[in-house]
Design a protein around this ligand. Structure first.
Ligand code: NOJ
Length: 760
C-alpha cells in the first residue's frame, strides 16, 4: 500500500515537473498559485507545519540547540528547510531523502550564513561599507551567491542591515555602520547581488534581511539585550535599511532576538504584520532567528505553547531550530487559538519561494558536484577579494606623509598580526578557509622576496588567559609564546632600533567581534599597548596597522603614532591588498561608516545627532558636554585620508528655492592638490533647520566618488529634490515641510562646505 502511495505521489510530482518545465520566468503568478493550491490541497496540517520548520545540522551552530533525528523528520515531511551544511554531496543526501522518501516529495530549502563571501572571503561588512562603492558591494554579493549556489545552497541569511551606534556591540562588524541612508543603499546592492531579480538562475539565491528589527540598538552594546525606542526614532533612523531591502525585492526576512516595545520581535505582530506586510507590502516569508521562539519564554511573555501562539499570530512563517510549530502548532489550530488561515498563508509563502527557485522543476538544480571547482576560488573572485580589501582600508592618520613606505628604507614589521592568518577572514565567514588567506608577511614576501624586511612578533595577540581560553574554545587559535612578554618586547625594540621605520601590525582576534562578542573596553589589548609604548621610546617613526572588527578607542595611539591604517579583517587576499596600500601601488580611499569615539564613555556617539537646548560651549558651564573629554569623536563618520590631498571649492546651488516637485543642483569642485592619484568619496548632507519635530544636525543624502590625477580637479553635482527632505513626522507621516535647509558637502561629516536654500 505504502509503495502504491509513493508511486502515486511520484507521478504527481512528475506531472508537476512536466507542467513547469518551460522557462519559469515566463510563467505567471497564476501558474504558481495553481501549483501551490494543488499541492496544499494534499497536505496535512502536520506537513504544513513541517514546511514551516527549519532544522539545523552540521558544522555551524549559533545556539546550544542541535536538531535531532533530522533524517527521520525529513522523511516524515516535518522539515521545510535545513541550515548549517553546504557542499553538493552533503546537500544532495538530504534533498534526496526529502524527494524520495517524504510523502509529498517537497524539496528542502538549504540556508547558510553567507555574510561577506562564501568560500572566497571579502572584508567584513563594516569594511566593505567603508568602500562606499555600491557596485563593488553588489559584485561581492553576486560572487558569494555564485559560490554558495555552487555548494548546493539556495538561501543566504544576509544582508544584515542593523543600524548601530555602539561599537561595544560585537555585531557591528556584520553591518554597514551607523547611517540609515548609506545602510539602505548597501542593503539594496546586496539584495540585488544575491537575487539579481531572477531566482530562476542557478547562481542566484534567496536573500534574507536581518535582524528585523532594531537589533543593533541593544542596550549597553550587549548582544541579545533589550531595545526600547520611540517610533519616531525607529521610522527615521533605524527602519529605513530594512524597508529598502524589502523594496529591493529581498525574498525573506529574519526576526531579531530583541524585544521591541515590550514584545520580542518573533512574537511582535505590529512589526511582522502591520509594519512589514501591511505597511511595506512584504510578500516573502519570515524566518525567526535561531531558537528565537523558545527564547520568548525567557523574555517572560508566556510558556512554550503561548509563545508559539504569539509567534504564529504575529505572522512568522518559519521557525529556525526551535521546532515549536511542530510541537504546538496543531494543538493551537485545533483549539482555535491560531487560525488555519495563518498556517496556510505561511506554508504558501514558503512553497512559493521554493517554486520561484525552480526546486519543484528540479530539486537538484543547485546541486552539481562539479560546480564548486568551476565557480569557487576562481581568479576573478580572488581578484575581487583583493579589490574589495584595497577599497575597504581607511587611513586614519598620516603625519609627514610617512605612508606610503619607501621600500629602499629599512622597515621593521612588528606584531602578532604580521603573520597570523586565522583572523583575516573575520567572523561570520562560515565556509571560509582561513588557511587560504594571504597574511601580510606572505604578501610582502611575494612582492619583495624573503629577506627584504625585518620582522618580530613583539607581543602575543592577548595575554589574558581566561579570555584566550574563551576565544580558543570557538576556534581562535591564539597561541601564547614560550617567550615572556618582556622578552617579546625586547626583541621587538632591538629590531625596531635597526630600522628606519616601524610598522606595528596589531588588533583584535577575529572572534573579539561578531555574534556574542561584545566588549566594554574597546581599546587595543593592554599587552599590545605595552609593545607600542616600548616601540615609541625608540624614537623611530611608527605606522600602526590595525586589524579589527569594530572601531577601537585610539586616543593614545592617535597622539603617539605617526600613521594609523584601519584594515578591518580584510578577507582572503588581505596581505596582498595591504602590501599594495602600504607601498603606494594604490592610495587608500576607504571612509569609516561608524564614528570612532575617544573613549567608551562617549558611546552612543554618532554624527546625525539632534541639537540640545544647550548646545556645547566649552566656555559655559551649563551646556551639554562632559567635564573630562570633548563631545567630538576621535574620527567622525565618513572620515578617511588619502595619500594625496583633496581640496573643496564652495558649493554652487542652481537656485536658492526648491518648489514641490522641483530640483536644485548643488555642485562643488574637488581638486587633487597632492602628488598622487586618488579616489575621493564626496558626501552630501542636509539639515532641516526647523521642523515640526526636532531634526538631526545633518543627515547623509548622497555620495559620489571621483578619481583625480595630481593637479587635476573635477566637479561633482548632486540633484536635490523634495524627496531628499522628507522625514516621518509625529504622526509617522512621511512629509516634507517648507522652510530653511542647509546643504553640506565634504570629504567627511565634519569637514564640509555649506550653503542654504528654502523649500517653498
Ligand atoms: C543567529 C544569528 O543571529 C543570525 O544572524 C544567523 O543568521 C543565524 N544564527 C543562523 O546561523
Amino acid at each position: 500500500m505504502k509503495k502504491i502511495l509513493n508511486l502515486l505521489f511520484l507521478s504527481l510530482l512528475l506531472s508537476n515537473i512536466i507542467s513547469c518545465s518551460q522557462n519559469k520566468t515566463s510563467k505567471s503568478d497564476a501558474d504558481m498559485d495553481r501549483f501551490v493550491d494543488d499541492l496544499m490541497s494534499k497536505m496535512t496540517l502536520e506537513e504544513k507545519l513541517g514546511q514551516m520548520t527549519q532544522l539545523v545540522v552540521g558544522f555551524d551552530t549559533t545556539g546550544p540547540v542541535m536538531s535531532k533525528d533530522v533524517e527521520e523528520k525529513i522523511k516524515a515531511g516535518l522539515a521545510g528547510s535545513v541550515l548549517g551544511i553546504y557542499t553538493p554531496e552533503a546537500i544532495r543526501k538530504l534533498q534526496k531523502i526529502a524527494v524520495d522518501n517524504s510523502r509529498l516529495k517537497i524539496p528542502l530549502l538549504f540556508g547558510y550564513d553567507v555574510i561577506h563571501g562564501h568560500r572566497t572571503i571579502f572584508p567584513i561588512n563594516l569594511g566593505l561599507a567603508a568602500s562606499w562603492d555600491l557596485d563593488l558591494i553588489e559584485r561581492t554579493a553576486r560572487a558569494a551567491a555564485e559560490e554558495a549556489s555552487a555548494d548546493g545552497l539556495n538561501w543566504t541569511f544576509s544582508p544584515m542591515v542593523d543600524i548601530t551606534r555602539d561599537p561595544r556591540w560585537g555585531r557591528v562588524s556584520e553591518g554597514a555602520g551607523e547611517d540609515a541612508y548609506l545602510g539602505s543603499r548597501i542593503a539594496e546592492a546586496m539584495v540585488k547581488g544575491y537575487e539579481q531579480n531572477d531566482l530562476s538562475k542557478d547562481n542566484t539565491i534567496l536573500s534574507c534581511v536581518k535582524h528585523f528589527g532594531l537589533y543593533g540598538a541593544s542596550e549597553a552594546g550587549r548582544d541579545y539585550n533589550t531595545v526600547d525606542m520611540s517610533r519616531l526614532r525607529m521610522y527615521n533612523e533605524y527602519l529605513p535599511p530594512y524597508k529598502a531591502a524589502v523594496e529591493a525585492g529581498s525574498s525573506t526576512v529574519m526576526t531579531s532576538f530583541n524585544e521591541v516595545e515590550g514584545m520580542p520581535a518573533s512574537g511582535n505582530k505590529w512589526m511582522m504584520t502591520d509594519l512589514l506586510r501591511n505597511e511595506w507590502g512584504f510578500g516573502g516569508f519570515i524566518v525567526t532567528d535561531y531558537t528565537a521562539i523558545p527564547e520568548m519564554v525567557n523574555h517572560g511573555v508566556g510558556d512554550s505553547s503561548k509563545v508559539t501562539e504569539l509567534s504564529l499570530n504575529a505572522g512568522v512563517d518559519m521557525d529556525m531550530v526551535g521546532e515549536m510549530f511542530l510541537k504546538f502548532g496543531a494543538e493551537l489550530v485545533q483549539s482555535g487559538r491560531v487560525s488555519g488561515k495563518m498556517i496556510n498563508d505561511a506554508c504558501r509563502r514558503i512553497l512559493e519561494a521554493k517554486y520561484k527557485l525552480g526546486l519543484f522543476e528540479n530539486p537538484y538544480r543547485y546541486i552539481d558536484e562539479n560546480r564548486p571547482k568551476e565557480r569557487s576560488f576562481t581568479p576573478e573572485k580572488l581578484a575581487l577579494s583583493k579589490e574589495a580589501a584595497v577599497k575597504s582600508m581607511v587611513l586614519l592618520k598620516n603625519d609627514g606623509d610617512i605612508l606610503p613606505l619607501d621600500p629602499t628604507r629599512k622597515i621593521a614589521f612588528i606584531g602578532p598580526q604580521v603573520e597570523r592568518k586565522r583572523d583575516l577572514i573575520g567572523s561570520w565567514s562560515a565556509a571560509g578557509d582561513w588557511t587560504q588567506a594571504v597574511s601580510l608577511r606572505e604578501g610582502l614576501e611575494k612582492k619583495f622576496g624573503k629577506n627584504k624586511f625585518l620582522y618580530a612578533q613583539g607581543a602575543n595577540l592577548l595575554e589574558d588567559t581566561a579570555l584566550v581560553k574563551k576565544l580558543n574554545d570557538f576556534g581562535s587559535l591564539i597561541e601564547i609564546s614560550n617567550k615572556s612578554p618582556r622578552q617579546l618586547i625586547q626583541e621587538a625594540v632591538q629590531t625596531a632600533q635597526r630600522a628606519d621605520v616601524v610598522v606595528a601590525v596589531l588588533g583584535e582576534a577575529f572572534s573579539m567581534s561578531g555574534e556574542a562578542a561584545c566588549r566594554t573596553d574597546i581599546g587595543l589589548p593592554e599587552n599590545q599597548k605595552e609593545l607600542l609604548k616600548a616601540l615609541k621610546e625608540t624614537g623611530k617613526p611608527i605606522v600602526l596597522v590595525l586589524m579589527t572588527g569594530r572601531p577601537l578607542t585610539l586616543t593614545w595611539e592617535n597622539d603617539n603614532m605617526n600613521a594609523i591604517l584601519e584594515t578591518w579583517f580584510a578577507g582572503t587576499r588581505a596581505g596582498d591588498a595591504l602590501t599594495d596600500i602600504l607601498f603606494g601601488d594604490v592610495s587608500p580611499s576607504g571612509k569609516i561608516t561608524m564614528t570612532f569615539p575617544r573613549n567608551v564613555g562617549q558611546i552612543p556617539i554618532y554624527y546625525n545627532h539632534k541639537n540640545t537646548g544647550r548646545p556645547v560651549n566649552e566656555n559655559e558651564k551649563y551646556t551639554s558636554k562632559y567635564l573630562d573629554v570633548s563631545n567630538e569623536p576621535l574620527y567622525p563618520f565618513g572620515y578617511g585620508l588619502s595619500y594625496t590631498e583633496f581640496t573643496y571649492g564652495d558649493i554652487r546651488l542652481s537656485a536658492d528655492k526648491l518648489v514641490p516637485g522641483g530640483k536644485i543642483t548643488a555642485t562643488i569642485t574637488v581638486a587633487n592638490a597632492g602628488k598622487r592619484a586618488g579616489t575621493e568619496t564626496v558626501q552630501l548632507y542636509i539639515r532641516d533647520v526647523v521642523g515640526s519635530v526636532t531634526r538631526p544636525v545633518k543627515e547623509l543624502k548622497g555620495f559620489k566618488q571621483i578619481t583625480l590625477q595630481p593637479g587635476k580637479s573635477g566637479s561633482v553635482s548632486f540633484e536635490i529634490s523634495d524627496n531628499d527632505l522628507k522625514f516621518y513626522n509625529a504622526d509617522l507621516k512621511y512629509v516634507v515641510e517648507p522652510g530653511d535647509f542647509t546643504v553640506f558637502i565634504g570629504g567627511n561629516s565634519r569637514d564640509v562646505k555649506q550653503a542654504d536654500f528654502r523649500m517653498e
